[in-house]
Write a protein that binds this ligand. Sequence first.
Ligand code: NFS
Length: 674
Amino acid sequence: MAEEKVKKEKGPKLADPNKVSICPATQEMIERSHALGIETVFDRAATMKPCAIGMQGTCCKICAMGPCRLPLPKKGIEGKDDRKGLCGATANTIAARNFARMVAAGTAAHSDHGRSVAEVFLSVARKETEDYKIKDPVRLRQIAPHFGVDTTIEKDGEVKDRNLDEIALEVAEKAWAEWGKPEGTLLYLDRAPEPLQEKWKKMGVMPRNIDREVVEIMHRTTMGVDQDYKNIIKQSTRCSLADGWGGAMMATDLQDVMFGSPSPLQSEANMGIMKEDHVNIIVHGHEPVLSEMIVAASQSPELLEYASSKGAKGIQLGGICCTANEILQRHGVPPAGTFLQQELAIITGACDAMVVDVQCVFQNLANVAKCFHTKLITTHPIAKMEQNNVIHIEFDEHHAMEDAIKIVRMAIDNFENRSADVVIPPYKETQIAGFGVESIEYHLGGTFRGSYYTLNDNIINGRIRGVAGVVGCNNARTKHNEEHITIIKELIKNDVLVLTTGCSAIACGTHGLLTPETAAVYCGPGLAEVCETVGIPPVLHLGSCVDNTRILLAATEVVKAGGLGNDLCDLPAAGSAPEWMSEKAIAIGQYFVSSGVYTVFGYHMPLDGAPELKSYLYEEMEKIYGGKWDCEPDPVKHAHKMIAHIDKKRKELGIDKARERVLMDMADRQALEA
Ligand code: NFS
C-alpha cells in the first residue's frame, strides 16, 4: 500500500520502450521522449487502463437514463441471462448496437473520404480545376462499364472509342450519385461473384445508397428502435457493403484514375528516412487529394531552390498512416512510420512541418509540436484542433497547388528555426510497394491467358497454400508491430501469400518483409520457389485501408480464373487485423465477413459481454455469407487459425492431396541436396 502511494506521487507511469514496441527506431524515440519529459501515447497507455465493461461491449449510453452497464457476471451466466438496461435492452442488443455504430462510423470515414475524391473528380470532369488531371485513362475506361457508362460509340457502322472527356463526366456524375441516389442499389455490387450477389439479394442486404445505410444504422440503434441483435447485424452488413463495395472502392478507383494506378516501385520505410540537412515535411492522414499536391510542390525547382537558399540540401517528404501509403504507392515517397509513430516523428526534432488532414490524427500532436519548432498544420474543414499552436490552412481543390506551395514554403521557412538537437533514429529498410489487381496479374498471372491463371495453378498445385490479407492499425494496448510481423512471418513460413495494406503494410516495410529477398529467408519452400521465380516479395503491399477493396477485387479475379470454386468463400483465403483499433477496422472486417472471408482480429473484440451475439458473428454468419469473425490475441495461434481455415478450404476443393505431394517433392529435393 505504502509503496503504491509513493509510485503515485512520483507522477504518471512511463512506458518501457522495449516492452511496447519491437521497432528500434520507436524504442529510441520513446527513450528520448522520456529524457525530454514529453508524454506520448505509450506512456498514456501505461497510465490509463481501458474500461472493463466497454471492453465487453455492454455499456449502453444512447440515452440519458444510462449509461447502463451490463458486464458478464464473474462466475459466468448460470441458467437464464436476465441482465438488462433500464429500458430492458439485453446485453446482445447493447453490444450489437455498439458494434453497428462502429460499422457506421467506419463506413462514414472511408466513404466520406471517397466522396471528397469523387467531388474532386467531378471538378476535373467539369474542367473546373487545372491542378488535377486524368492520369490513368485506361483505368477510367475499365471502371466506366460498372457505372453503366459506354466506352465505345457506333458511328457509320464502325465501333470507335468514345471521347474520354465524355466518359469522365458521365462516370463522375454517376459516381457522385452513389452517395444519395433515391432508387436502386449500388452499381459496384455487380463486380462481386454472382453467387455472392445472390446471397446478398436473398438476405436483403444490397446497399441502396451509401449515406442511407449509415443514417439507417444511427436510426436503428437509437433509443427504442431495433431490439433484435440479428436484425441489427443484418443492417451492419448492408452498411459495411456500402463501404467495401461502394465508398471505399470508389475512393480507390477514382484516386487511381486521377493520380495513377500504382505499380511496384522501390522505396524505404521507418523514421530513418528523415534527413537532418533537409527540410522534413511529414504528411499524415488519409486523403491523397492534398498530399498529391504536396508531393508535386516539394519537387518543384523553385521550391527546391528556395529550400537551398535557406541552407537545406533538399526537401524530404515522409508519410504517416494511410496518406503515407497513398504517396508511397504512386510516387515512392517513403513512410516515416505507422499510426503509433506519429508523435515520435516530431520528437526527432527534425520535423519542420507536419501536415494533417483527416482520421487517425492524435490531438496530442499539438502538445508534442509545442516542445519543438514543428509547425503543425491542419488542412481540412472537418478536422481542426483546439490548441493555439496549430495553424489551419484550409485546402480546396480549386486552388490546390497554391495551398500546397504555401504549406511547403512554410516548412522551408521553418527549417532555420530548429530549436532542439536533431536525433533521427538511424533505422530504415528497403521495400517494394505498390501492387494492385493488375500488377498481381502481371507478375503471377499467365502470360498468354492474361488472367490469374498461374496464381490459381500455384494454389492448386500447393506451392502457394493460400492467400491471406493482413491489414489494419497499431494499437497502444498491444506491442507495436509485433503481432503484424509475427503473424505474417508465420503465414509465409507456411506458404501463405500475404497481401497487406494500411499500417500493417507500413509495419512490414519497417521490418524488411517487403523485398523479394525475404522469400529465401522466411518462406516455406513452395512460396519461396514462386516468389523467386517471378521476383516478387511474399508479402505484397496493396496500398492504404480504402485499398482493401483491391484485395476484394483480386480475390474476385482468382474466382474468375477458375479451379478454386465459384465464390469468395470457396477460396483458401483468410483475413486478419492483428492490432486493430479504429472503427474503420470493424467496418472492413464486417464487409470481408459478409463477402465470405474468414476474418480474425487480434487484441480483443468488444463482444465478450454478449455471448449470443458473439457466437452469431463467430459461427452463424458463416452459414449465411460463407465468412465469419474470429478473435485471437496470440499471434502464432492467430496465424494457425488462418492456416487451418485455408487447409479446410483446400480440402473442400479437393486440392489438399496436391499439396501433400508438393511437400513430399520438396522434402525429397532437400534430402537430395543434403
Ligand atoms: Ni486504417 Fe489508415 Fe492505420 Fe488503422 Fe489508421 S492509418 S485507414 S485506421 S491506424 S490502418
